[in-house]
Ligand binder design. Structure first.
Ligand SMILES: Nc1ncnc2c1ncn2[C@@H]1O[C@H](COP(=O)(O)OP(=O)(O)OP(=O)(O)O)[C@@H](O)[C@H]1O
Length: 320
């Protein structure tokens, strides 16, 4: 299996008056070619920061250290101008709430013209592709003559998928794209993302969600984040059926019956809250909520391969 993206020791902080919030703190993992990698974890653990850092570092976000490679080439993620040649063309992001950010005063065809124009692509060049993609997501091309408010949430999200992939990027990052949808639209939309990968419109997809149940349907692998760190990565089936990190176990245990949404749900049976990222605890960041914590957790556990393809950052997980 080849890697599309390699992320090594990435640290991205937010500058605040009280000090730096260490939102991504020494994150290392790869995104395989042709995979859908799900990223899950509670609100505030750094999921959006991870997605945004591969596109645009907006203040107060700041690059601290680490590197990101796309097809072996180092990305200038700390240089917003140089990143222009990758943004949208090679890496495309659907930010959180993207469907609500479509210009309400402009018809959809106009919105798309403006967007591709900003990337110096003529609308006529992508028009045929646009129509074909709209067909793929079961939208009529008549919507190009409509305003965003005339579309339902599910339709808007499918449109956003089409718009974000018009230039056939290598990597698509989708941030909470199903969170505002009802359960049946959630499933339809997430399966369309999968179809775009299967049809090779994009190479790989990073699918960010706090709702791990959504990932079960579409992700090949899942990375679990906690307090700015990746604490576990593995194949979806194994993460869901045999979670190894105590935090992943708690997340899976907290899943309500399939399909029921649990936004900002507090983890059942685990006292406490995620730590403040300005002054995170020494050692394992989960230790204060972990039923298995002991003195060794005062040292930070590295993310290591405990079984082939399964990476866990916990001193208690054997096999190391
Ligand atoms: N503009 C900001 N200024 C300061 N700190 C920030 C800012 N945005 C995010 N953070 C910090 O970064 C951490 C990670 O935020 P991020 O949005 O990446 O988390 P998330 O997992 O995507 O959560 P959510 O699902 O709520 O969006 C937060 O806990 C917060 O401490």
């Amino acid at each position: 299996m080849t890697n599309l993206v390699e992320i090594k020791g990435l640290k991205i902080y937010y500058k605040t008056l009280r000090g730096d919030a260490k939102a991504l703190d020494d994150v290392t993992f790869t995104i395989n070619d042709r995979e859908i990698l799900g990223i899950a974890g509670e609100s505030g653990c750094g999921k959006s920061t991870l997605g945004n850092s591969l596109i645009l570092l907006k203040p107060p976000m700041k690059y601290v250290s680490g590197e990101v490679r796309l097809n072996g080439e180092r990305l200038p993620i700390d240089n917003t101008v140089e990143m222009r040649k990758y943004r949208y063309k090679k890496i495309s992001l659907i930010p959180q709430y993207a469907m609500d950010a479509l210009n309400p005063t402009r018809k959809i065809g106009g919105i798309i013209k403006d967007l591709v124009g900003q990337h110096r692509v003529k609308y006529e060049e992508i028009e045929g592709r646009l129509h074909e993609r709209l067909r793929m997501v079961k939208l009529s091309k008549d919507i190009l003559n409509m305003y965003p408010f005339e579309l339902s949430g599910g339709m808007k999200q499918r449109l956003v998928l089409v718009i974000s992939t018009l230039l056939n990027p290598d990597l698509l990052i989708a941030d909470e794209v199903t969170s505002a949808l009802d359960v049946s639209s959630q499933k339809a939309v997430s399966l369309m993302f999968k179809e775009f990968r299967d049809e090779k419109i994009v190479n790989s997809i990073v699918f960010i969600t706090h709702d791990i149940a959504v990932l079960y349907q579409i992700a090949d692998r899942i990375a679990i984040m906690y307090a700015g760190k990746v604490v576990e990565i593995g194949p979806t089936e194994e993460i869901m059926k045999n979670p190894l990190h105590p935090y992943t176990k708690a997340l899976i245990k907290s899943l309500p019956n399939a399909g029921i949404r649990h936004t900002h749900q507090k983890l059942e049976g685990i006292p406490g809250h995620p730590p403040n990222l300005i002054n995170p605890p020494e050692g394992c960041r989960f230790k204060d909520r972990c039923p298995f914590a002991s003195d060794e957790c005062l040292n930070e556990p590295p993310l290591v391969e405990v079984e082939p393809g399964r990476y866990v950052a916990c001193w208690k997980v054997k096999g190391r």
